[in-house]
Design a protein around this ligand. Structure first.
Ligand SMILES: Cc1cc2nc3c(=O)[nH]c(=O)nc-3n(C[C@H](O)[C@H](O)[C@H](O)COP(=O)(O)OP(=O)(O)OC[C@H]3O[C@@H](n4cnc5c(N)ncnc54)[C@H](O)[C@@H]3O)c2cc1C
Length: 502
């Protein structure tokens, strides 16, 4: 029933259905300090991951008790500016530190009443807690998680990357990644499928700005969701060489082709497609289209059925004589690769975040299960075994490496478009490949630690193992990434032909 509401999004009002379907967006009301205190604590934890939440009592001083130096105070002020509509607390902090009362409570009081932005990371944690108990059923049945999607829409999560001037959350890349990482701990399929929407909207906003105002409106007001289809059976992950043809016709284009995977399609109200437009000499220019999901001209040719990410609804679609008006074209013909390379961080970082989330959940599961489970021959919890300890340590260090690699890349992204789009694309692709390989290694270690019981259907570890493998398969293609990065490092023209010349 809820699924039907999401699919026929035209009547859906996200705010109206929130009470019935899920948690409401974490907004900070007027002058009340308690919610601001919670927000301040989460900002402190984001600045310093080594802090323990239990240390963050209201009376504790930032400088004296928590040891915040000028670097961490600067980072905290930046986060406050992002979270509270450009509020600058520098003068307050200087005075409070001189008076010796730069406490957490004082900071919250100074912020109370300031208009706060939604805390998508906290919202993702809240949503993930509700999704986790349903994850097994969705995985086993392969059903699309319409119930979860209704909650994502109702809570405002799906407006996260719509620009603020168009009524959305205008979330930063770091917020998106941290939120998606948290969401994936509850249900990886849901996080992966909604990621197509979350990053797709951000990418389109970078590429098309206000020209897609109609789509922002549909997302914010009607709860519309976007699904994207770029890969095709004949080109695999090399989707910039689309075999879907867009033939110019009066007023637009006629599209024909096959899209191999289309995650989130069952809930979608908007589709983002790639195609190639042939010119008069037969030379083809890659182009993207964003359009309302059409009633005719697209059909599901094969329902998604796979080893992992089973509830993503990544159907194969047949596009047959689909008429698309010119106004739905994104950029000029041939511009798509450049538009994508410049904004690829939205895609590759958010993909990586989902797989880091799965790996983190696997580590957490193992850390709990090994403390509880005992074997007669061991005469104590399995956590006492050296083999378990070594593997858990390895999982820890690999997770730290994966997060460091991901968030270093996230922070390297500038507001201005990259001066060298190809180098930017290679950097981000290498990061995604590295992080997803680490995530896969972490979950593989989790299977070894759990033993045969972790492989049984009742264990969430076997689901995580199947889900995390998708990180090795989703774009960018690993071999192409390594080829491009290797050539770049060796001073060989990355796109030179012939490809493997000596
Ligand atoms: C769970 C899941 C969900 C997905 N959802 C979407 C979606 O919503 N939208 C979408 O567009 N796509 C989606 N994809 C597809 C994904 O983007 C890849 O395009 C897809 O996995 C490609 O699979 P393939 O078998 O066609 O070929 P590939 O994985 O591209 O290739 C098969 C083999 O050939 C190698 N290879 C491929 N190309 C080259 C090359 N140029 N040079 C050297 N080696 C190469 C690869 O390394 C691999 O060994 C999804 C995939 C998965 C697994």
């Amino acid at each position: 029933m809820l699924g039907a509401v999401v699919s026929s999004h035209s009547t859906l009002r996200p705010r109206e259905c929130s009470a019935a379907t899920g948690p409401s967006i974490a907004e900070v009301p007027g002058p009340s300090v308690e919610p601001v205190l919670r927000r301040v604590r989460s900002l402190l934890l984001a600045v310093d991951a080594d802090l323990d939440a239990s240390e963050l009592a209201p009376e504790r001083s930032l400088t004296r008790d928590l040891g915040f130096d000028s670097v961490r105070l600067g980072a905290l002020l930046d986060r406050i500016r992002q979270a509270f509509d450009d509020v600058d607390l520098t003068p307050w902090l200087i005075e409070a530190a001189q008076r010796g009362d730069d406490t957490i409570a004082g900071l919250a009081a100074a912020l109370a009443g300031s208009p706060a932005r939604a805390d998508y990371v906290a919202l993702a944690r809240e949503l993930a807690a509700g999704f986790a108990p349903r994850a097994r059923e969705y995985d086993e049945s392969g059903r699309f998680p319409h119930e979860n999607f209704a909650e994502l829409v109702a809570s405002g999560y799906t407006a996260m990357t719509v620009p603020r001037r168009h009524g959305g959350g205008g979330a930063s890349l770091e917020e998106v990644c941290r939120a998606q990482e948290a969401l994936a701990t509850g249900c990886a399929s849901t996080a992966f499928a909604v990621n197509m929407h979350i990053h797709g909207v951000a990418l389109l906003s970078a590429a098309a700005g206000s020209t897609i105002e109609w789509a922002y409106e549909a997302i914010v007001r009607e709860g519309a969701l976007l699904a994207g289809g770029f890969s095709e059976p004949d080109v695999g992950g090399h989707w910039l060489r689309s075999t879907t043809r867009a033939t110019p016709v009066p007023g637009g284009y006629r599209l024909r082709g096959t899209k191999g995977f289309f995650s989130g399609y069952p809930a979608s109200g908007l589709v983002f497609l790639s195609a190639a437009i042939p010119d008069e000499r037969g030379v083809e220019s890659p182009v993207g289209f964003l359009l309302p999901r059409p009633a005719a001209g697209i059909r599901v040719a094969a329902e998604w059925s796979a080893g992992g990410m089973r509830a993503t609804g990544s159907h194969t679609l047949e596009i047959d004589d689909l008429h698309v008006a010119s106004r739905y074209r994104i950029g000029a013909p041939g511009e798509l690769p450049l538009l994508f390379m410049r904004a690829c961080h939205w895609a590759w970082c958010s993909f990586a975040a989902v797989f880091v989330g799965i790996a983190g959940a696997a580590l957490e599961h193992v850390a709990h299960s090994q403390r509880r489970r005992t074997l007669q021959v061991v005469s104590g919890p399995l956590a006492r075994l050296p083999g378990v300890q070594f593997r858990v340590a390895e999982m820890h260090v690999k997770l730290a490496a994966a997060r460091a690699c991901l968030y270093r890349a996230v922070r390297s992204v500038q507001d201005e478009p990259a001066a060298d789009p190809l180098a930017h694309y290679i950097d981000m692709s290498l990061m995604k490949t590295t992080v997803c390989r680490l995530a896969h290694e972490i979950v593989t270690l989790a299977v070894e630690v759990e033993g045969g019981s972790g492989y049984a259907s009742v264990s969430p570890i076997q689901r995580m193992y199947r889900d995390v493998a998708a990180g090795l398969l989703v774009p960018p293609v690993t071999d192409v990434t390594l080829e491009w990065a290797g050539k770049q490092a060796l001073g060989i023209p990355v796109l030179g032909e012939p490809r493997w010349a000596v």
